[in-house]
Design a protein around this ligand. Structure first.
Ligand code: ATR
Length: 291
């Protein structure tokens, strides 16, 4: 597959860094829209070990890389190596996108708005809703902060209780709504599922290759819930399949992925990418992989 017909001495480089990185869908969706818009950019992936992160950041400047997406495990560690952090990303405590403006590296979090736009586009109105978030990692932080102004209440349940507490504590600094952080266990799950309008899985449970694993048995779900799973591989997780069977409205992780990518792309290039094309390229790729 030729990514770009004419890479020249002028071609500008965008990239994603993470470890591991081979599974990333970002090169697929970004190169598709680079070609579509006939821009002189190319998007590549770099597998960066945590101990090489500082050198990698120096490398962005030395090589003049224009834009960088950041994924696991670097979303927090990289913040202290940048020249400027956007105020929302500072509050969230994680970034996923960097723009290189004349060797001044600015970090942003487009996961936050990406998730909110995905929910709105899926027809879920977050105003005055009770939200239950499973997990307290980077994705949970971005989503919780993005919803904390409009919804009625947020409950965070996490396997490691301490991380649920610390996310709840950080959220309380900016939110005026009730926030609770608790241990992920059967009692809390049943109790809060009953009182929630929106359930969001931000953990990796159910992600390929362990596609049959779940944290929430199907019997505990009920049709009043809107279920959002941030996992996009598989496109439909066991949780989403179970929720659909119960009669819940659902949203998989692909739209959040595309939205955060589109926001980053527009920030770097000044051009609005075709999100349907980005989404279709990923679906095509994942379906081919399954064959
Ligand atoms: P991300 O940036 O994608 O959110 P992360 O920061 O590594 O990734 O967070 C992963 C989340 O999934 C964490 O909340 C993690 O729980 P812990 O804080 O206890 O580690 C959660 N998670 C991962 N595997 C899990 C499992 N088998 N059961 C429950 N929670 C799990």
């Amino acid at each position: 597959m030729s990514l770009k017909s004419s890479i020249t001495g002028n071609t500008k480089v965008l990239c994603v860094i993470g470890h591991p990185i081979a599974h990333s869908m970002s090169p697929i969706m970004h190169n598709a829209v680079i070609q579509d818009l006939k821009l002189d950019f190319v998007y590549v992936a770099f597998d960066i070990l945590p101990e090489h992160l500082e050198k990698a950041v120096e490398g962005f400047k030395a090589l003049g890389i224009k834009g960088i997406n950041v994924t696991i495990p670097h979303k927090i560690a990289i913040m202290k190596l940048l020249d400027e952090i956007d105020p929302l990303a500072e509050k969230i405590g994680a970034i996923n996108t960097i723009k290189n403006e004349n060797n001044h590296l600015i970090g942003k979090n487009t996961d936050a708005l990406g998730a909110k736009v995905a929910l709105l586009n899926a027809g879920f109105d977050i105003m005055e809703k009770n939200v239950l978030i499973i997990g307290a990692g980077g994705a949970a932080r971005a989503i919780a902060f993005s919803l904390s102004k409009e919804c009625k209440k947020i409950v965070i349940l996490n396997r490691t209780e301490q991380k649920a507490f610390s996310l709840a504590r950080d959220l309380k600094k900016i939110a005026t709504i009730p926030i609770e952080g608790k241990k992920l266990n059967e009692q809390h799950l049943k109790q809060y599922l009953f009182h929630s309008d929106l359930l969001i899985n931000t953990t990796s449970v159910g992600m390929a290759p362990n596609t049959n694993t779940i944290l929430i048995p199907k019997e505990w779900l009920s049709s009043h819930l809107f279920v959002f799973d941030v996992i996009y591989n598989p496109l439909e997780t066991k949780l989403i399949k179970d929720a659909k069977e119960i009669g819940c409205k659902t949203l998989g992780g692909l739209d959040m992925l595309v939205n955060q990518g589109a926001l980053a792309f527009e920030w770097w290039t000044g051009e609005k990418p075709n999100k349907i094309l980005m989404k279709n390229k990923i679906i095509e790729f994942l379906n081919l992989k399954q064959c």
